[in-house]
Design a protein around this ligand. Structure first.
Ligand SMILES: NC(=O)c1ccc[n+]([C@@H]2O[C@H](COP(=O)([O-])OP(=O)(O)OC[C@H]3O[C@@H](n4cnc5c(N)ncnc54)[C@H](O)[C@@H]3O)[C@@H](O)[C@H]2O)c1
Length: 284
């Protein structure tokens, strides 16, 4: 999609991190922005900042785990700007732990946001894009976790593998329809965002019990907080996302040489040789 000026972008998880940075990048291209998030106060601040920078930004509080809320987001987008061209399904959360100790609430929350959020985004917005028949682009945020394997993060890793698989199906389907709609899957490495504080957005009905969590859960969640705090600036991903939209690139991976990119190569080699998984996590 070459021409972005005066086109409309919808971004979920836009009140923080990668979503907020990408809203700024797309705004700077002259796009009209619908910024959506479950965290109302942070969202209002984000919309305020964007407007102060001279961008047109309409905030919508929406929980992407809820089909009705995402349908409502699509309606509000059309009511505000009359069309939609870039749909960025980006909201995401992290919870860690072994596959057997991860609670049903943790599985439900992580899959609800990371996978069902994307499913609702596709079901609500792709029919609108097809109906419009104009150049458009769908961007789904996966992770380098989508192309690697890692212990103590099964719910998260599974959600991201599923987003990648769903996006590949979507890509083929849109080609079958000869639709002028591109698809990108963003697979970030470690980025300095609020993901290590995902608990702030956990709904009450899926809250954890008080007190310490299993040792491995605490360990991996601490590690994610530390590792992401030292990660790259979210604008790196915003810039990569912009290029992917412009150049119609599907796979948006960490650069060659990044430990997560090496982990991806190693996993692909394991698969090619039908060899047991060599290593979980980044390859230094
Ligand atoms: N930060 C990293 O290292 C990294 C790496 C790979 C992938 N990602 C992915 O990037 C995406 C963005 O995360 P981030 O790192 O910017 O974290 P972040 O916490 O800074 O931003 C995530 C945003 O999603 C919102 N959100 C959470 N639950 C929601 C819900 N139910 N409905 C709507 N919004 C909701 C949060 O309020 C927050 O504003 C996620 O999908 C994440 O999995 C992040």
């Amino acid at each position: 999609m070459k021409e972005l000026r005066d086109k409309v972008a919808v971004i979920t998880g836009a009140a923080s991190g990668i979503g907020r940075a990408t809203a700024r990048r797309l705004g700077a291209q002259g796009m009209k922005l619908v910024v959506a998030d479950v965290e109302g106060t942070a969202l209002q601040e984000t919309a305020h900042d964007l407007r102060r920078s001279g961008f047109e930004a309409h905030p919508v509080v929406a929980d992407v785990t809820q089909a009705d809320a995402v349908q409502g987001l699509a309606r509000e987008t059309l009511d505000s700007f009359g069309a939609v061209h870039v749909v960025f399904n980006n909201a995401g959360v992290f919870a860690g732990g072994t596959a057997w100790e991860t609670t049903l609430a943790d599985y439900e929350w992580v899959l609800g946001v990371n996978l069902w959020g994307v499913i609702h985004g596709l079901r609500s917005f792709v029919p609108i894009l097809l109906e419009q028949g104009e150049p458009a682009h769908v961007v789904n945020t996966a992770s380098m976790a989508a192309v690697t394997s890692a212990p103590l993060s099964g719910a998260y890793v599974m959600s991201k593998h599923a987003v990648l698989a769903l996006s590949e199906s979507l890509y083929h389907e849109l080609r079958m329809k000869q639709a002028p709609i591109g698809v990108s899957v963003i697979c970030p490495e470690l980025i300095a965002t609020g993901i290590g504080r995902s608990e702030r957005n956990r709904p009450v009905h899926l809250k954890r019990s008080d007190g310490p969590q299993p040792a491995e859960t605490e360990m991996v969640e601490d590690a994610i907080r530390t590792a992401t705090a030292g990660g790259a600036d979210p604008d790196v991903i915003a810039q990569r996302t912009l290029e992917a939209i412009r150049e119609d690139r599907f796979y948006v991976l960490a650069p060659e040489g990044d430990p997560w990119r090496r982990a991806c190569d190693l996993r692909l080699e394991d698969l090619r040789l039908a060899r047991n998984p060599s290593q979980g996590g980044p390859v230094q």
